[in-house]
Ligand binder design. Structure first.
Ligand SMILES: [Zn+2]
Length: 214
């Protein structure tokens, strides 16, 4: 002690103090820190403790990540309306699980659209600039002809979650084709409860089914 009553730290104390601060910053509690400091093999103990700590934090991060993802899904589902089509954690889990499959379906639709776009634009230009309308008719007839199987593919590979009863259902072909929709939702009549509402689109995994014809 100095005359003023202040404690003098040795270099050793100081480095110990620094270490304690560091370990606290890494999230270790004082008990664990004491254990390390009094251990004969502090390096080994610290290593084990950090592994444990890292595992716990990774678990927490994964949990938070899941919450963020769930928030995104709910936000997307209410984007255009003041209604909440997704209302249970089960719905969200279902949507998260099959997001990949749905992406594939949307990718197929998009590539079909992209493949046709240049021909459509080209035929419109020909019609407007040169007055040649036959290519336009051919391209659009083809687009419709080939579009039907694509829409059937879309219909077959998607299902919808009813906001009313929570059931996952496949809309009828007619309802599917003549319904208002956004990128994630569609206004459909639930085949289970009969209520019409904005339903969230999910991927319909057909591999598990015995090929129900629709
Ligand atoms: Zn329903």
């Amino acid at each position: 002690m100095t005359e003023g009553g202040r404690r003098l730290y040795t270099d050793d104390d100081l480095s110990k103090l620094r270490l304690i601060c560091l370990l606290k910053a890494l999230g270790l509690n004082l008990d664990s820190i004491q254990g390390i400091l009094s251990s004969e093999k502090p390096g080994k103990v610290l290593n084990l403790l950090l592994d444990e700590q890292a595992k716990q934090i990774e678990g927490e991060v994964a949990e938070k990540q899941k919450q963020l993802e769930a928030m995104k899904i709910v936000k997307e589902s209410i984007r255009d309306r003041d209604a909440i089509p997704v209302n249970s954690i089960n719905d969200i889990e279902r949507i998260m699980k099959n997001k990949k499959g749905l992406k594939k379906v949307h990718g197929t639709l998009l590539s079909y659209g992209l493949a046709f776009a240049p021909f459509q634009i080209g035929s419109i230009i020909l019609w407007i600039m040169k007055g040649i309308w036959i290519p336009f008719v051919i391209v659009y007839s083809l687009a419709i002809l080939l579009g039907i199987p694509i829409i059937r593919f879309y219909h077959r590979n998607t299902a919808y979650i009813c906001p009313e009863c929570g059931a996952t259902f496949r809309p009828t072909w007619k309802d599917f084709n003549f319904s208002k929709h956004t990128s994630k939702t569609r206004k459909l009549t639930c085949t289970k409860c009969g209520v019409k509402g904005w339903c969230v689109e999910v991927y319909a995994d057909n591999s598990a089914e015995s090929g129900g014809a629709m």
